[in-house]
Design a binder for this molecule. Structure first.
Ligand code: PLP
Length: 406
């Protein structure tokens, strides 16, 4: 019998958003149960449609999108990305330092592969979007998670960052607006991170895929606007969330600021980018129209808009459950409530979400799946219509009610 095991490189890699709990949900669906999936930030299945002009552009360009593009991406797409950042006042945004990818995901993997030698350290937030930790670990890096402080609206804890910098630290990752917490970072916090990065020779990665999904008075400050003329900054963005086309797999990364000290790393990125030939070409045709056109996202994030109203309903429902506290997200598509450990004695939060799934047929993700160290948080996606969201929250409240009595 041929026996093959996965490589040792994968020993510590996990991506629990699509992990064992999802497998159980799929098994239950095969048994005939209807599962409400609040586990993935994928707008399309919940009735969010891409703006028409994006679809038209992809369709019209299909006949000419059959060949590979340049490895870095179509010139028109890269130029549109360049202009997006230049319009923010980032003069150093340059078409030659933009890479298009099959979603931000592919670019995160490339950025980590190109950077980390075995044992090099990288600072990643806790909680995080777990692909960052998985990609850095797969590349051989050692992830030091810096804490974000729930008590101050999930802002990064600068003292904790400082305490985790060593002479092996090569880079720091910022996720802003944040998945899973919904935090949007204050200028002072970003400046403090940039100062530390300059002081300790760290490369800054700024994942800003939710940059236009902001609520109430939240102001998103792109990190690159603060690093101009200073440290190099690699910003990530894409079409998946803001333009509701996650299935198109289209994202970009752009390096701005002073690039003079990282030319060797940039060469590495070019090698990696050419090894995967190019990103999905039909979707690259959507980028110019998406970025330059009418920003229909702005209709969803204001009172009366679906993102805005669903967030409000879901947040109010969660925050009113005894022993549950939820920071009201200022951005993105998620809620990350805390279940008071005095009231809920949770030993294993994956077991908790499995139990919730089996009893109430709603799929969510455990907080430890986002590299949060203690089993006292879960993450909800608030993408369904209110008619579906409200009963899901009621079921969570009922489930926790039973848990309190057990
Ligand atoms: N970065 C963050 C913070 C995300 O939440 C996600 C997806 O949920 C991604 C990156 C990956 O997005 P993409 O669809 O562009 O690969």
């Amino acid at each position: 019998m041929v026996q093959i095991r996965k490589s040792n490189k994968l020993a510590n890699i996990c991506y629990e958003i699509r992990g064992p709990v999802l497998k159980e949900a799929v098994r239950m669906e095969e048994e005939g149960h209807r599962i409400l999936k609040l586990n993935i930030g994928n707008p399309a299945p919940f009735g969010f449609e891409a703006p028409d002009e994006i679809l038209v552009d992809v369709i019209r360009n299909l006949p000419t999108a059959q060949g590979y593009s340049e490895s870095k991406g179509l010139y028109s797409a890269r130029k549109a990305v360049m202009q997006k950042y230049q319009a923010m006042g980032i003069k150093s945004a340059d078409v030659n330092y933009v890479w298009m990818g099959n979603g931000v995901s592919e670019l995160i993997v490339m950025a980590m592969q190109g950077l980390l030698n075995d044992g090099d350290e990288i600072l990643i937030p806790a909680p995080d979007y777990p692909l960052w930790t998985a990609a850095a670990t797969l590349a051989g890096g050692y992830v030091r998670h810096y804490m974000c402080d729930e008590g101050s609206g999930w802002q990064p804890d600068i003292q904790d960052i400082k305490s985790k910098i060593s002479n092996k630290t090569k880079a720091i990752v910022i996720i802003n607006p944040n998945n899973p917490t919904g935090a949007v970072y204050e200028k002072g916090v970003l400046e403090a991170i940039i100062n530390l990065a300059e002081e300790h020779n760290l490369l800054i990665f700024s994942d800003e895929i939710y940059d236009k999904i902001l609520y109430d008075d939240a102001q998103h400050i792109p990190t690159a606007t603060l690093t101009e003329g200073r440290a190099p900054c690699i910003t990530f963005g894409g079409l998946s969330k803001v333009y509701r086309t996650a299935g198109f797999r289209s994202g970009w990364m752009v390096i701005t600021g002073d690039r003079s000290g990282i030319t060797d790393y940039i060469e590495g990125l070019d090698i990696l980018s050419s090894m995967r030939l190019c990103a999905n070409v039909p979707a690259q045709h959507a980028v110019q129209t998406a970025l330059g056109g009418y920003q229909s996202i702005n209709e969803l994030i204001v009172p009366g808009g679906r993102f805005y109203e669903q967030r409000k309903v879901a947040w109010e429902a969660l925050d009113s459950i005894p022993g549950v506290h939820c920071h009201k997200p200022e951005g993105a598509l998620y809620l990350f409530p805390r279940l008071d450990p005095k009231m809920y004695k949770i030993k294993n939060d994956m077991d908790l979400v499995l139990q919730f799934l089996r009893e109430e047929k709603v799929l969510i993700v455990q907080g430890t799946g986002f590299n949060w160290p203690t089993p006292d948080h879960v993450r909800f996606v608030f993408l369904p219509h209110i008619e579906e969201l409200t009963p899901a929250m009621d079921r969570f409240a009922a489930f926790l009610g039973r848990l309190r009595k057990r």
